[in-house]
Design a protein around this ligand. Structure first.
Ligand code: FE2
Length: 252
C-alpha cells in the first residue's frame, strides 16, 4: 500500500534547507539514524527548523530511490523524531541527476518534487553541456514543473561555457547555490562563481547539500561568509524567505 504524501505545516520561524541527504542509508548521506539526529542538532543550532530530504535520483546507482519510497522514508524518520521528542520539520523531495532518458524513468516512477510543490531539484556533472540538456529541461517545463539546477558553481561546463547556463536561465530555470564552495574548499572556480552568481543575483536560493554530520561545519563556514560579505538580509532571503515561497507558492 502506498504511503500518502503528508505535507506538514511550514514552521513560522527559522531557516529551511531545501537540499539535504539526511535520510539514513539511502545514498551517500547519513549512514544511520544517529547521524541524522546529529545533523538535525547542528542544523537547529544554526537556526534551521526544517529540511527537504533530497536523496540522489540516479536509477543505475540507487534504483529504490523513487518518489513513493522517499515519501515513506521521510515518514519513518518523522516517527523517529517524534519518538525522541525532537521538533524538526521534514518534507520529501529528490535531487534528480539529469540524464537523457530521465523523463522516461520519471514517467514510470513519479517525479519527486520538493515538499509537494511543482519545484524539481536537479543536478548534472558535465565538462561540456550535452546537446540533450535543453530538451530534457523543456520536458519538465512542459509538464508544469519548475526546474531548479543545484550548485551550478560546481559544474565545469558552467565555468567554461557560461552561455549554456544563460540559455537555461532564459528558459526559466532557477539556480540553487551551495554554501560550501564559497569557502574555497572545492577550488578556485566554484568559489569565484559562487560570488559572481550572488552578486549578479542569479541564485534563487542557497542550501546546505549536507551529507554526513562531519560535512556540516564547513558548510556553516560558507554561510558565515555569505553573512559577513553580503549581509544578514540576503542570507535570510536565501534560507528563510525563498524556501517558504517555494513551498507555499508552488504547491501542485
Ligand atoms: Fe545533493
Amino acid at each position: 500500500m502506498s504511503t500518502p504524501l503528508y505535507l506538514p505545516p511550514v514552521p513560522q520561524l527559522g531557516r529551511i534547507d531545501i537540499h539535504s541527504h539526511l535520510l539514513p542509508r539511502i545514498d551517500d548521506g547519513c549512514e544511520d539514524v544517529n547521524q541524522c539526529i546529529d545533523c538535525i542538532r547542528q542544523l537547529k543550532e544554526a537556526g534551521y527548523t526544517g529540511s527537504i530530504c533530497t536523496p540522489h535520483i540516479i536509477p543505475n546507482m540507487f534504483p529504490d530511490n523513487t518518489r513513493e519510497n522517499i515519501i515513506r522514508w521521510v515518514e519513518n524518520l518523522r516517527i523517529e523524531l517524534v519518538n525522541r521528542n525532537i521538533e524538526y520539520t521534514l518534507w520529501p523531495g529528490g535531487e534528480i541527476n539529469l540524464q537523457e532518458n530521465m523523463p522516461d524513468w520519471l514517467t514510470e516512477h513519479g517525479v519527486p518534487t520538493l515538499a509537494g510543490s511543482n519545484c524539481v531539484l536537479m543536478d548534472h556533472w558535465a565538462d561540456i553541456w550535452p546537446d540533450w540538456f535543453p530538451t530534457v529541461i523543456q520536458w519538465f517545463l512542459d509538464q508544469g514543473y519548475q526546474p531548479i539546477l543545484a550548485h551550478p558553481e560546481r559544474m565545469r561546463c558552467c565555468w567554461d561555457q557560461p552561455d549554456g547556463l544563460d540559455q537555461l536561465l532564459d528558459m526559466g530555470v532557477w539556480l540553487q547555490g551551495n554554501f560550501l564552495p564559497i569557502t574555497g574548499e572545492e577550488g578556485y572556480e566554484p568559489d569565484q562563481l559562487s560570488r559572481r552568481y550572488i552578486e549578479n543575483q542569479k541564485y534563487k536560493l542557497m542550501a546546505m547539500d549536507m551529507h554526513k554530520p562531519q560535512s556540516i561545519p564547513s558548510r556553516f563556514d560558507g554561510m558565515k561568509i555569505v553573512l559577513t560579505e553580503y549581509g544578514n538580509q540576503l542570507l535570510d532571503h536565501f534560507t528563510v524567505d525563498a524556501p517558504r515561497q517555494l513551498i507555499l507558492s508552488h504547491l501542485l
